[in-house]
Design a protein around this ligand. Structure first.
Ligand SMILES: [Zn+2]
Length: 362
C-alpha cells in the first residue's frame, strides 16, 4: 500500500509498503482523509522532534525511522482483530492517535494519561499513520462517529479535540463570557469554534488580514482585530464594561501576544497557553501577581474525543469551512507542505487521501 514516510529532516518519501494486519485487540482502518498538521511541517523542516531517528528507537513503539506520518485522520473499519465486539466492519471512525505505555491507566476517568513519560503519537513515532491507505490501531484509541459526519470533516476532529481540551483547561464557561484568542492559525480557529459552541463571546486578535477574514467567514469570532491597527486591551475593556476578558488563549508562541493577554485579562482570569514554544518566554510577573491571574498549559487531549465528537454530531460546530484544500498523498510535499510553508495565511487545513475516488467526489 501507499504511505508517506518520514526518513529524516527534509526527507519524506511516498513509498509502497506492506499492508498492516490487525492483531488481537486492534482495528484495521481504511483511511479516508488525513489532515496535514503544523507538527508534520516541523518534523520536515526542523525534525526529527517527535519522530524517531534511524538509530534510536522510540521507547514505547520500539520503531526507528522511517515511520509513516499522519495523525489527524478518519476512516472506515475494514477488519477487526480478535476480542473486539463493540465495533463492526463498515463503522466510520476517528482515532485518538496516542502511543502510551501499557502500564499507564488510560481509562475513561483518567485526566493524565497524555502526560505520561514518552507519550507520543501514531503517525509520528510509529504504529503506522493516516498518510497511508490503511492503519491498524488499538481498540482503545478508536472512536466511532455517526456516518452523518462527512469523513473529510471527521479528519478535523483530532485538531478540534486539541481546542476542546484547551477550553476545558480554562474551567467552566458561562454563556456571555468574553474569550480572547491570540492567533487565528488552525488551532486558534478550532479553539474559537469550541468557545463559540459553548456560548462564549469570542474576540480574535490576529495580524494577518486573510486569517481574520477566515475567522469571520467560519463564524467562530464575534470580533476580529489586528493588533497593529487596534488597541486590543481597549477593545476588550469596551466589550466588558472595563472588566477585562474572562478567559484568554495564547495560540501563536509570540511573546507580544502573551503580553497583550496579560493586559486584557480580568483580575482572577485564566490564560491558557495552547501553542508550543521553541524558546523561553519573558513575563512581567507583576501582571500575574497583581491580578491573581491563572496561567495554565494545555497539551493535546485527554478523554476529550467523545465530547468533541458530540459537538460535531450535534451540528454545534461545522468543520467544513476549515477545509481549504484536498490532495492525493502523492502530492503531499509539492502541493500540501509547500502551500502550508509558503502560503500559510490562505490555508487552514489541507487533507490528503490515497483514494482518487474520494478526491474526485463533489
Ligand atoms: Zn496535529
Amino acid at each position: 500500500m501507499k504511505a508517506a514516510r518520514f526518513y529524516d529532516r527534509g526527507d519524506i518519501r511516498i513509498e509502497d509498503i506492506p499492508e498492516p494486519t490487525p492483531d488481537t485487540g486492534e482495528v484495521l482502518i481504511k483511511v479516508a482523509w488525513c489532515g496535514i498538521c503544523g507538527t508534520d511541517l516541523h518534523e520536515y523542516l526542523d525534525g526529527p522532534i517527535f519522530c524517531p531517528t534511524h538509530d534510536t528507537p522510540h521507547p514505547i513503539s520500539g520503531e526507528t525511522a522511517p515511520v509513516t506520518m499522519g495523525h489527524e485522520f478518519s476512516g472506515v473499519i475494514e477488519a477487526l482483530g480478535g476480542g473486539i465486539d463493540d465495533l463492526e466492519v463498515g463503522d466510520h471512525v476517528v482515532v485518538e492517535p496516542y502511543i502510551i505505555d501499557n502500564s499507564i491507566d488510560t481509562g475513561e476517568t483518567s485526566k493524565t494519561y497524555h502526560l505520561s513519560p514518552h507519550m507520543n503519537f501514531i503517525g509520528l513515532a510509529g504504529r503506522g499513520g493516516g498518510l497511508s491507505e490503511k492503519v491498524a490501531v488499538k481498540r482503545r484509541w478508536v472512536h466511532k462517529i455517526s456516518p452523518t459526519i462527512p469523513l473529510d470533516q471527521a479528519a478535523l476532529i483530532e485538531p478540534l479535540s486539541v481546542g476542546y481540551h484547551a477550553v476545558e483547561r480554562a474551567g467552566d464557561i458561562r454563556p456571555g463570557d468574553v474569550a480572547l484568542v491570540g492567533g487565528a492559525g488552525p488551532i486558534g480557529l478550532l479553539t474559537a469554534a469550541v468557545l463559540k459552541a459553548k456560548g462564549a463571546t469570542v474576540v480574535i486578535s490576529e495580524l494577518s488580514t486573510l486569517r481574520r477574514q477566515k475567522a469571520q467567514e467560519t463564524g467562530v469570532a464575534d470580533y476580529t482585530f489586528s493588533p497593529q491597527e487596534t488597541d486590543i486591551v481597549e477593545e476588550i475593556s469596551k466589550l466588558t464594561d472595563g472588566r477585562g476578558a474572562d478567559i484568554a488563549f495564547e495560540c501563536t508562541s509570540v511573546n507580544a501576544v502573551l503580553d497583550t493577554l496579560f493586559d486584557a485579562i480580568k483580575p482572577t482570569g485564566v490564560i491558557v497557553v495552547v501553542s508550543i514554544w521553541g524558546k523561553p518566554a519573558q513575563l512581567d510577573m507583576q501582571k500575574l501577581v497583581l491580578k491573581e491571574v491563572d496561567l495554565r498549559g494545555t497539551i493535546a487531549y485527554v478523554n476529550s474525543h467523545p465530547q468533541t465528537i458530540k459537538l460535531v454530531e450535534s451540528g454545534k460546530i461545522d468543520l467544513a469551512p476549515f477545509i481549504t484544500g484536498k490532495i492525493m498523498v502523492d502530492e503531499l510535499i509539492d502541493k500540501g507542505f509547500d502551500t502550508l510553508i509558503h502560503r500559510n495565511e490562505t490555508a487552514v487545513k489541507i487533507l490528503a487521501t490515497t483514494d482518487p475516488a474520494l478526491l474526485h467526489r463533489p
